[in-house]
Each structure stands twice: as C-alpha cells, then as structure tokens.
Design a protein around this ligand. Structure first.
Ligand SMILES: *Cc1c(COP(=O)(O)O)cnc(C)c1O
Length: 440
C-alpha cells in the first residue's frame, strides 16, 4: 500500500517514516517500544539542545551578552534535563523545593536559577536561600516580607525580581492565561499595587531589587503580545525611575512561545520573534531615555515539547456502531492529562502501520476508571488498528511527565533519551513497589 503521509504531516523534522515504521530522532519507535516496554516517554536530546541554542543565539545577537534564556523546568523536570540545560549555558526557572532539589542534585549552578510560584512558604524561602538560588521572583508583598526576614536572619541580601501583571490578555485558553489584572499571579500595574510593592522592596534591607518579571500566558503564537507586554513594563520602569530613582537592571518577559501540536498549527519563528521583540525594546528604551535592561526569556514548552514522544501499546479496540472506534492504550491521563485538563490537541500515529492509510476516526483512551481519561478524540488511525499495535502520540515533551500522576496507582512510564542512534534511560520505569513505597 502507498503511504499517504507526506513529510510535512509528521509535524517536526525529528519525526520520519522508514519501512512502514515511525522513526523518532532517527530511531525505529517500534523497536524502542519492544526494548523498553510501553507506555514509554522518548526524548530527543539533540532537539532540546538545538532549541536552547536557538534562544541563546538569537538573544546574544539581539542584546549582546546582556540577555539570557531561562528554561522553565516545570515543563519537564528530571535530572538529565537540568544537566543538558546547564551544559547549554541556560538559566532555569524552578517553582518548588522538589525542582530546586532536582536541579541541585543534577549539578545545575543555582546562581542561574529563578525561583517562581505565587505562594512560597517560609520553608520554601529558607530552602531556596540555603541552596543558593540566585533570584527570587516575588509575587506579592507578604512573600517579600518573608524573604526579607530570612535574608536578615542569614545576614544576606537576596536578589529579587517583582512579578507584575501588565494587564494583557493574550487570548489563549483561560487556564493558561496569567498576565491579566484579574489573576492569582503577580502585582497589577493598573491598580497601583506594582508601584507600592516596588517602594516596599526598596525599603527592605534584606532585599536587593534588580528588576521586574511578567508572564502573559502559554502557547502564544503572536509575537505582538510580547511587544505590548514590553511596552507596558518599560513604561512602568520609567515611571518608577521618575518616582523613586530606581532603574530596573533586569526585565524578564516570561515564557509562552507556542509549539506545533497539529500539522495545521503555524510554525513559530523563535529567532525572528526575538529580533522583533529586541528592536521594539530598544526603540521604546530610546524613547523613554532608559538604558536597555538585561532581558530574560523563560521558554518551557518550546524547549522540550517536540523533543518528546509517547509510545503506547493498543489493548482493547471497541467499535460502537455509528459511533467512533474506541482504541484503549496502556497509558492515559496518568501520563498525559492535557486533553482531560485543557482539551489539548495532539497528533497520533500507528507507529507499526505507517504505510497504511490513517482514515478511521478513533478515540484513543486510557485505562483509568474515568470517562474523561482520553488522550485524543476523533484522530484518524488505520482501519486495521488492533491489540498489540504501537500508537505514538507526538510532541509530548512538555507538561506530560511533569504532570503525570499515580491515579489508580498506575506506575509512571520511564523516560528514554535518544541521541546519535543510541538510547539511554534518564528516568527508570516506576514499579508497583515504588508506588506504594511511601505507605507506612
Ligand atoms: C509556565 C511558565 C513559563 C513557561 O511557559 P511555556 O509556555 O512552557 O513556555 C515561564 N515562566 C513562568 C513564570 C511560567 O509560569
């Protein structure tokens, strides 16, 4: 049978077809499924490094040495990813003691870490300072006082960025929008709270205010949104200079660059967008007579999403007359909760049947006791799909493993890294014993 798939249908250049098999990072996925078992997370190390370099090079070109890309590690957090991003000279975002511990244990230099979260407990603050986290991104005043107390107790001054909400709605999915005034994150510029927290920060001995942060949302395709955010933030920086004499040295514009989950999604030109953002920032700074601050971007998804793929083995296939086929796989919402949570789209293929036409609409469902345990609805798969086939879900590198759970006491899949024709385990498969290991 002729293959109906063209190269462009395969979403990303690290995906290909050879001898009827789906290949990822140049390796046969069916053989990988046999070798490591399923469900299985695969990660393409070269793709991760390439994306890090795209950001770093574009920022270097646009701003000289005065800009950094910080990998938002909540997208995928495990030791090997911190080793790779450290090796690429990235900064890193961390949001919990667990992420700080993992980064530290992997040898990530924590002076290049930014500590986020809208509710850092006193213990979090102490732990992060103990480990030497470089920057705290402060969400609110209460937190500022907690950091000041801890810094005073240690006789240090902690570098701090203030997280502000610039009042921008990027028109993406509500649950991933964070830059509006009505948000649990940050201090709003519009309400005067941003000015207030700036003045408070400047008055505290344990706080070294270095600048501002904003994050407008996720899966943002339109670079225009970053220009609007930069405009609001720089105008505020100029306002603070005029009111207090404080000139921000650092401006962190957050993450959110979109990735392609479907063939119909547009390509995002990361380097081109960074050039646009940089030109705009330089122009606005000139207009406001501000020195161009050190710029930080915080990509998460766009570093790891299409570096990931999940493989499943098909179990039960159920045809309900006049309705779609239900294809049950050996994973589900425990390894990929994004459809259940956000109705996120994904591209799926029958990895061992790439020569067959993918034309029968199927709902690919997991094995949890939950009707909403769905990987994707109405995706085309071959008519012959049956028990034992391998189904691949593409672009699962972001927010899949990091959101994985043990619901129904399902053990989590391993992560296998692919590089130069070799494969190696970065996170081993969980066992039922692991799942019960904390029970007393
Ligand atoms: C989630 C998050 C990011 C990364 O967002 P992506 O959409 O994965 O690029 C960056 N910064 C902050 C503060 C975040 O919360």
């Amino acid at each position: 049978m002729e293959t109906t798939l063209e190269k462009r249908d395969l979403l990303c250049e690290n995906v290909s077809v050879y001898a009827g098999r789906l290949c990822f990072a140049g390796q046969d996925t069916v053989l990988l499924a046999e070798k490591y078992g399923t469900p299985l997370y695969l990660m393409d190390e070269d793709r991760i490094r390439e994306r890090c370099r795209t950001y770093s090079a574009a920022l270097r070109e646009a701003f000289g040495g005065r800009a950094h890309a910080a990998y938002a590690s909540k997208a995928a957090s495990f030791k090997e990813i911190y080793r790779i991003t450290a090796d690429e000279g990235m900064f890193v975002d961390v949001v919990s003691c667990g992420e700080i511990y993992t980064a530290d244990a992997a040898g990530f230099p924590l002076e290049r870490a930014l500590f986020h979260s809208n509710n850092k407990t006193d213990r979090d603050v102490a732990y992060a300072m103990e480990r030497g986290v470089g920057y705290f991104v402060v969400d609110n005043e209460e937190e500022l006082f907690a950091i000041d107390r801890e810094a005073a107790a240690r006789g240090v001054r902690q570098k701090v960025l203030l997280r502000l909400t610039p009042g921008i709605d990027p028109h993406t999915f509500a649950a991933v929008t964070t830059g509006k005034v009505d948000s649990k994150f940050g201090s709003a510029i519009e309400t005067g709270q941003a000015a207030e927290i700036t003045k408070t920060a400047l008055s505290l001995k344990g706080i070294e205010l270095v600048g501002y942060h904003c994050h407008i949302g996720s899966q943002v395709f339109d670079p225009e949104v970053y220009l609007r955010a930069a405009d609001v933030m720089l105008t505020f920086i100029a306002q603070m200079r005029d009111e207090t004499g404080f000139v921000a040295e650092v401006l962190d514009l957050g993450g959110g660059f979109a990735v392609r989950y479907l063939e119909s999604d547009p390509e995002v030109d990361i380097a081109g967008n960074i050039r646009k953002i940089a030109e705009f920032i330089k122009k606005v700074c000139a207009d406001l007579a501000l020195p161009v601050p050190e710029i930080i971007l915080e990509p998460g998804r766009s570093i790891v999403a299409d570096a990931g793929m999940t493989l499943y083995t098909v179990g039960t296939v159920k045809t309900i007359p006049e309705f779609v086929k239900y294809v049950s796989v050996d994973g589900g919402m425990t390894d990929n909760v994004r459809y259940a949570m956000y109705k996120s789209p994904y591209t799926l293929f029958a990895a061992n049947k790439m020569d067959e036409e993918h034309s029968v609409p199927c709902s690919v469902v997991g094995r949890c006791c939950e009707s909403g345990d769905i990987i994707q609805e109405k995706v085309p798969l071959p008519a012959t799909i049956k028990r034992g086939d391998v189904v691949a879900c593409l672009a699962t590198g972001a927010y899949n493993y990091s959101m994985a759970s043990n619901y129904n006491r399902v053990p989590r899949p391993p992560i296998v890294m692919l590089k130069g024709g070799e494969s190696r385990i970065a996170v081993r498969r969980e066992t039922p014993e692991d799942v019960a290991s904390l029970d007393v």
